[in-house]
Ligand binder design. Sequence first.
Ligand SMILES: Cc1cc2nc3c(=O)[nH]c(=O)nc-3n(C[C@H](O)[C@H](O)[C@H](O)COP(=O)(O)OP(=O)(O)OC[C@H]3O[C@@H](n4cnc5c(N)ncnc54)[C@H](O)[C@@H]3O)c2cc1C
Length: 330
Amino acid sequence: MASGILIYAEVTKSGYIHPVFFTLAAKAQELSAKLGGAEVSALIITSPGKTEFFKEGFEKCGFDKVYAVEDLRLAQYNTELYAKAAVDIIKEIQSEIFLIGATTQGRDLAPRISSSIPTGLTADCIELDINDKGQLAATRPTFGGKLMATILCKKYPQMATVRPGVFKPLEQDVVKNTEIIYKTPDLNITPKVELLEFIKGVEEEINDLDSAEIIVAGGKGMKNSDGFKLLKEFAKVLGGAVGASRGAVDMGLADHSIQIGQTGKTVSPKLYIACGISGAIQHIVGMDASKRIIAINIDENAPIFDVADIGYVGDAFEVIPEIIDKLSRK
Ligand SMILES: Cc1cc2nc3c(=O)[nH]c(=O)nc-3n(C[C@H](O)[C@H](O)[C@H](O)COP(=O)(O)OP(=O)(O)OC[C@H]3O[C@@H](n4cnc5c(N)ncnc54)[C@H](O)[C@@H]3O)c2cc1C
């Protein structure tokens, strides 16, 4: 009989645990209570000696157990090796629910795991709950974001990937005496893909949308590369990061890695400034959890104003330089 909730603790290339894990940890406490106090565990796959380094974090987030797979071959993410390790552990411990952050790595790893087990996977969820039959009810946007679908999984573990930024981390520590259990799954497979070198884009390095407290996002209304240059300058004086709508990405003004919305990132900064973005539902689902939203748009009827706390009707190319000028002088 499957039981307990397992959460994947993704160790990022920079060597920390991805923030989405801590939001899932908070949600898991809620789900666990609805399941009558189900055990909450983490799965970490990493290089030797790393797990102990994160122990305090696991303890403060209410984890009963941490299953750790440490091996030199796992120092860099590899789909096949990571999936093999995860599948072996999941089969052994028989979790009822397995949650993974819908990060680039999570989106790559989760389907590989679910098809190997095999079990169902609800991808890119924005809400999780337990229904009256004790099943995981995973909600995600569908039909281009026009409908929300709540999906149940018939097999175990019930798997879901969850977008970063949709849940909040624990407000107060839930301290547990976490037990770390080291596992040594058989990793004697020859992966078809070998990572030779990872070259991080300069943009990605300095423009971390997951952790930015202020995001200045641009849409088609920013028109050209000069428009995005202006946004970068704006973000710089505010100490924020730059995001984009799909409209802007499709025009080649911004890279897909900074697209916000249904098919991009979900963000929840303290301040989101939407410049020349109309406010299509597919964009809104990726940013409406932001604490404060300011919209700058030339069209007073643009739907973005429906979700904005402050709206400025006007030309972004006129107002942004004015704000930059005022902020710079301060
Ligand atoms: C399956 C699916 C998934 C999608 N996923 C995403 C997603 O992840 N993210 C996303 O963003 N979209 C997504 N879309 C696309 C979405 O439907 C919209 O087409 C897109 O968000 C529009 O981008 P935009 O607001 O930049 O462009 P537009 O809708 O063209 O809006 C441009 C805005 O700029 C304003 N403007 C023009 N000039 C100025 C100026 N000088 N100053 C100020 N304002 C000005 C205009 O008034 C207008 O409101 C998806 C669509 C589908 C079907």
